[in-house]
Design a protein around this ligand. Structure first.
Ligand SMILES: Nc1ncnc2c1ncn2[C@@H]1O[C@H](COP(=O)(O)OP(=O)(O)OP(=O)(O)O)[C@@H](O)[C@H]1O
Ligand SMILES: [Mg+2]
Length: 567
């Protein structure tokens, strides 16, 4: 069986026996044995029937008489390397047959020739043809194998050709993700460093600002000295603004995060932004009415927009267009912030600020959000604008993406987490103490000030006394708790957050256990924001602040706590 199929797979046998019944007889014999046959009437027909899938050729020698074999020879000579088509030549018997064979030089003309002497014998014919077909099948297998290797070689060649490009592509992807990692680690480290420095500076500036305020009170009738103190005060306030930006970048400021309507924030800042960018720049607001509320601090978002508008204005000195758009974006679980920074998968509200200005070359773009990175002249930029935006947005659980290229403008996209709740109108909860009857402040109110920094504490004490409060002071938590246990009168406690023995939040909780509902004002610039949440109703004052603000906070917290106590 195997033999049969192997033979027929090699292809049909071409038969050329122009005289007598030989062709017909051979065809019947072979077909009876399962071998495909094709009878050719003339040499010319045989010549054109020969193809690569021809199995073998059976020719009676009389077909060669007077024939010109040269064109058949030529065709056979240019067979592909694997091919050597087998010929079985039927010869006349005896000396006549041998003479014909010798005269024709058939092996030279046809190549692979086998002779079979007549009379035709069924067994020897089929076995000769089978042998020829088996050899032919082998040749065809070599052909297939060669074709396969050529195909594999081609695949390999193409792989090789693209190898360099693929290695380069992969290397670039690795390099980019490594650079992104380094960048985010750098931002974290710089954030921690600036947070620490800003905290210490806040304390220094609180002392400076407070002392200057007290000095101003005492210098009431010395015009010149007042001017000097005023200038020093202004400089200190500029320093205070810087530390606020640094704290924002280090994500250690207290944010009033709530569900806000970003479109409403945009509408609210519209005028301010238009004034900021000036008449040469066309301001376009494209608010998507379908955006859901975002989780953010409305005031800080306004500040971020303002920073971005100022940057855009600086990038378009000749004028241009500033387009602020709101929209939505979903970050899929496998799509972590364009591979740049970690951002939780989920729904985000996007506020995009696009200008048609100068744009940034790659080396500026790479560093734009670093604190103190600026390309502006001294006095024109401190390099804290984008750092502040970055800090505010990251602290809100979002991300900032910048796309920019030189000459093609800049688009800064702020992603803020989408809120599940409806937006709450901001600031409607504030109570103006002046409007609440029956609340007294001044000598009747006792304030306990707890701060481990002696300079700062003295300023607070002196300042509050200057505003007419009765003030007790403690250098740390344990001392304060001891005073409360002893039963001193305290209406409000002013508590520093970062203190060695026990931090402000823990102290406030302990104090509340001794004095339930005790109004607390946290004086802090550096804070674990979550820690404050544990102290309901507390006010947070960001350092540095003016004594007037402290006095005001103390005054304001009384009615709020009174209303807390009542409920
Ligand atoms: N919209 C913009 N177009 C072109 N370049 C920009 C844009 N925004 C920021 N930059 C580049 O990024 C740098 C850093 O910006 P950033 O806002 O942090 O600081 P600044 O504007 O230089 O100073 P500051 O904001 O503190 O006044 C800029 O100096 C500027 O080179
Ligand atoms: Mg700026």
């Amino acid at each position: 069986m195997l033999e049969k199929s192997g033979a027929s797979e090699a292809g049909p046998v071409l038969i050329l026996a122009p005289t007598g019944r030989d062709a017909e007889t051979a065809r019947i014999l072979l077909e009876r044995d399962g071998i495909d046959c094709q009878v050719c009437p003339k040499l010319q027909a045989l010549h054109s029937a020969i193809r690569s899938d021809t199995g073998a050729v059976l020719i009676a020698d009389e077909a060669f008489t007077g024939a010109d074999l040269s064109s058949l020879s030529k065709k056979l000579a240019v067979q592909p390397p694997w091919s050597d088509l087998p010929f079985v030549v039927l010869t006349r018997s005896g000396a006549a047959g041998r003479r014909v064979v010798a005269e024709l030089h058939l092996p030279a003309a046809l190549g692979n020739v086998m002779f079979l002497e007549r009379p035709l014998n069924a067994v020897s014919l089929t076995s000769a043809i089978r042998t020829a077909l088996r050899a032919r099948r082998r040749q065809q297998q070599v052909r297939d194998y060669m074709a396969e290797s050529a195909a594999s070689a081609e695949v390999l060649r193409q792989l090789n050709e693209t190898l360099e490009a693929r290695v380069a592509e992969r290397t670039e992807a690795l390099r980019a993700s490594e650079a992104a990692l380094t960048q985010s680690q750098k931002m974290e480290a710089v954030g921690r460093l600036t947070g620490g420095i800003a905290h210490d500076f806040n304390n220094l500036l609180t002392a400076v600002v407070g002392n200057l305020e007290l000095l101003q009170l005492r210098l009431a009738d010395d015009e010149r000295a007042l001017t000097l103190a005023g200038a020093a005060f202004q400089a200190a306030m500029r320093g205070a603004k810087l530390t606020t930006q640094l704290l924002a970048f280090s994500r250690t400021q207290k944010l009033a995060l709530r569900a806000i309507d970003v479109n409403a924030v945009l509408r609210g800042t519209d005028e301010l932004l238009a004034r900021t960018v000036g008449p040469l720049i066309e301001l376009r607001l494209l608010a998507d009415p379908a955006v859901r509320p975002a989780i953010a601090d409305a005031n800080q978002l306004e500040l971020a927009l303002l920073n971005l508008a100022i940057n855009a204005r600086d990038a378009m000195p000749e004028g241009g267009r500033l387009t602020i758009t709101t929209g939505r974006q979903v970050i899929a679980p496998d799509q972590r912030g364009d591979g740049k920074r970690d951002i939780s998968p989920g729904r985000y509200i996007v506020v995009s600020v696009a200008d048609t200005g100068a744009g940034m070359p790659p080396e500026v773009l790479a560093r734009a959000m670093e604190p103190f990175f600026t390309t502006k002249r001294i006095g024109q930029g401190t390099g804290l604008g984008l750092s502040q935006v970055y800090g505010i947005v990251r602290q809100s659980g979002g991300d900032v993406r910048i796309e920019s290229s030189r000459g093609h403008g800049t688009t800064v996209r702020i992603l803020l987490p989408e809120a599940r709740r409806a937006a709450r109108p901001d600031s409607s909860m504030k109570i103006d103490p002046a409007s609440v009857p029956g609340v007294e402040q001044g000598p009747l109110v006792s304030v306990l000030v707890i701060d481990d920094d002696e300079d700062v504490r003295h300023i607070f004490v002196a300042g509050l006394e200057a505003y007419g409060y009765r003030v007790h002071e403690a250098a740390d938590g344990p001392v304060a708790l001891h005073m409360l246990e002893r039963g001193i009168t305290v209406d409000v406690a002013v508590v520093d957050f970062a203190m060695p023995a026990i931090n402000g939040a823990a102290l406030a909780q302990a104090a509340r256990r001794l004095r339930p509902g005790l109004p607390i004002v946290f004086a802090s610039g550096y804070a674990d924001t979550a820690a404050f949440e544990a102290v309901p109703g507390a006010t947070i004052l960001r350092k540095p602040f003016q004594i007037a603000e402290l006095a005001d906070a103390v005054r304001r917290i009384l009615p709020i706590s009174a209303s807390l106590n009542c409920s």
